[in-house]
Design a protein around this ligand. Structure first.
Ligand SMILES: [Mg+2]
Length: 140
């Protein structure tokens, strides 16, 4: 299935299921960002589960090989929408037509890649992460 079609289908089904007007894409760095990373970050894995349950398109964007990222999600029984290498965040934007794109990470590289790919960026330590998550209804 062509990627654009796939993105449209997801948009429609997600909106139908959640009855919401916005489709949001959220991308998580792993190491230093998620609690399951190495080093562990501040974001509990439950935030990812909650994002998926709320109809977000969610996945990981990390320096870790794709196989590692996939194994990590499988280990936690989480079916994410994407796993990409950090320099390929732009492909996520191309693949999913959405109203809002956000990447959360812990390094200047994360910020650079996010901005380059047209994603908003939240730094887990330097920005107000709690507020960002609460705004998206992803905390609590
Ligand atoms: Mg990191």
């Amino acid at each position: 299935m062509p990627l654009t079609q796939r993105g449209r289908k997801l948009t429609a089904t997600t909106r139908a299921r959640e009855g919401c007007s916005l489709l949001r894409v959220i991308s998580f760095d792993i190491d230093g960002t998620l609690e399951v990373g190495d080093p562990p970050g501040t974001i509990p894995i439950t935030v990812v589960r909650r994002a998926l349950a709320l109809g977000f398109v969610a996945g990981s964007c990390s320096d870790r090989p794709i196989s590692f990222q996939q194994a990590l999600w499988a280990e936690h029984g989480i079916a994410v929408h994407f796993t990409v290498l950090k320099q390929h965040l732009t492909t996520v934007r191309e693949r999913f037509a959405a109203d809002h794109y956000l990447h959360i990470g812990d390094s200047p590289i994360d910020r650079m890649m996010a901005e380059g790919a047209g994603f908003d960026f939240v730094h887990v330590l330097e920005d107000d992460l709690l507020n960002a998550l609460e705004t998206l209804n992803l905390h609590g």
